[in-house]
Design a protein around this ligand. Structure first.
Ligand code: ADP
Ligand code: ASP
Ligand code: MG
Length: 455
């Protein structure tokens, strides 16, 4: 048996947090911990921003982001090890990652092109650095600890930036290269988020992908539990940054947790649950700063509960409203409309139709200008950016007495731009302006979780 302990970037923001993570691992040594780490703090954002700056030819901005990443890690190392850094062998490892980073950023600058392949090579350096530091810290504090490079374990395809894991090849590598390292009293550390193609090129699993690495390792090793350590006491009834009164949920079924993740609760990566479900391994979500506090256990308890589980939101999204009197009598209009979206590879999220218009939401990061120009040849088009989707997530929502009445009642004073009830009855979604996100969530939370209004 083994225990997967995944620590997110928010749990590794400074030297003090590295120490705390080290202590949490140390107290679980008897359970054969396999530790999966994200990059420290904001490192991934900074690395990717540096790549973008290089591609735009903004050398100074790129260099200053690189310097911030390097300095941040040097500060953590100095605070942890003082001047004994060289003795740990860490100095060389850091220097080599820093050099790789400088070379990759220079290449992007010279070519003015940042491809998903080079962005992956750059982003992965964040996890390379955090794991090198924590492994050295554990050894320094007397823990028997081995670091295994995730490129040796997670085999992926070549979809750089959002690589898919080859489960069969990964399982064989995990068996061959990770399993023999495990043993009670010993910690094994690897990078989350990072994998490699068959040719050995570095890939990443998409933002937030360390959770997925943890789940895959847990499933393949048949671990007793996958622990996701983060900066909140478990999955809450809503993102506590949006609704202060949100409270931790003690137990969630796999189905409820994966829906919440899909609808934007970034506390868990949406694909995390599936590998754990396969093997019936419980996933717990815990607070690194308050290990004795509340936490959520996600496990298969048979049928999920009926009614509202939690609220989630995601954005930005763009609303595209296409109006045409022709819609009324021309049955092919919707087909023509969707074929334009498909040709421009713009994926549609929510759809709401009226007699002579149809509104759709698309991911705000997609460029829609050319598609809109083409749509304008068919009909009138209105584009509204900086919107968000706010979702009530649960089970059998249509048959939950009073849900719609309560939800709409709570929102009368707000400007709701689109409404959609998912065909599968697990979500009731509203589209609102970005600046109304928190007010909308709070208003819904107060009526759907009445206990919270009096907290
Ligand atoms: P990590 O660095 O540990 O991966 P993330 O920032 O990815 O952490 O995820 C934790 C954050 O998820 C929390 O700080 C919280 O703001 C956000 N979050 C969104 N929805 C929820 C929810 N329903 N319950 C708890 N946290 C949530
Ligand atoms: N470091 C990566 C990110 O920020 C992966 C992760 O944290 O899960 O997206
Ligand atoms: Mg995360």
């Amino acid at each position: 048996m083994s225990l997967i302990m995944k620590f997110g970037g928010s749990s590794l923001a400074d030297a003090e947090q590295f120490r705390r993570v080290g202590n949490l691992i140390r107290r679980e040594l008897a359970r054969t911990p396999v530790v999966v780490l994200s990059a420290s703090g904001e490192t991934t954002d900074r690395l990717l921003a540096a790549a973008s700056a290089s591609a735009r030819g903004e050398l100074e901005a790129s260099q200053s982001l690189r310097a911030r990443v390097v300095q941040h890690h040097r500060d953590v190392v100095e605070e942890l090890f003082g001047r004994s850094e060289a003795a740990t062998g860490l100095g060389d490892q850091l220097a080599s990652s820093e050099e790789d980073l400088a070379v990759l950023l220079r290449g992007i600058y010279l070519l003015r092109e940042s491809t998903p392949r080079s962005r992956d090579a750059i982003a992965a350096i964040g996890e390379d650095l955090s794991t090198a530091i924590l492994a050295a810290w554990l050894v320094h504090s007397g823990v028997d600890c081995e670091r295994v490079d995730a490129r040796q374990l997670i085999a992926t395809d070549e979809r750089f930036g959002a690589a898919r894991i080859d489960r069969r090849r990964s399982a064989a590598r995990i068996d061959e290269r990770l399993r023999p390292q495990l043993g009670p009293g010993r910690a094994v550390i690897t990078q989350g988020f990072v994998g490699a193609t068959a040719l050995g090129l570095t890939t990443t699993l998409g933002r937030g992908g360390s959770d997925l690495t943890a789940a895959i390792l847990g499933a393949d090793l048949g671990s007793e539990e996958v622990q996701i350590w983060t900066d909140v006491e478990g999955v809450h009834t809503c993102d506590p940054r949006m609704v202060e009164r949100a409270r931790p949920i003690e137990r969630l079924s796999f189905a409820e947790a994966s829906e919440l993740a899909l609808f934007g609760a970034r506390v868990l990566h949406p694909a995390t649950i599936e590998p754990a479900v396969e093997r019936g391994i419980p996933v717990t979500v815990r607070h690194t700063g308050r290990p004795e506090g509340a936490f959520t256990t996600i496990e298969d308890q048979g049928r999920p509960k009926e009614g509202v589980t939690a609220l989630a939101s995601r954005g930005p999204v763009t609303i595209i409203t296409v109006g045409s009197p022709r819609m009324v009598d021309q049955s092919g209009f919707l087909a023509a409309l969707f074929s334009v979206f498909s040709r421009h590879e713009v994926s549609v999220d929510l759809v709401a139709t009226a007699e002579s218009s149809v509104s759709l939401t698309v991911d705000g990061a997609q460029t829609v200008d050319r598609m809109v120009a083409e749509l304008e040849e068919l009909a009138t088009v209105e584009v509204r950016t900086d919107r968000v989707i706010v979702a009530v997530v649960g089970q059998r929502l249509r048959s939950t007495p009073g849900l719609c009445g309560a939800a709409f009642g709570a929102l009368v004073a707000l400007n709701i731009e689109m409404v959609s009830m998912g065909a599968n009855e697990v979500n009731l979604s509203f589209v609102v302006r970005e600046q109304d996100r928190s007010t909308t969530l709070t208003a819904l939370h107060d009526v759907l979780f009445p206990w919270s209004a009096s907290v």
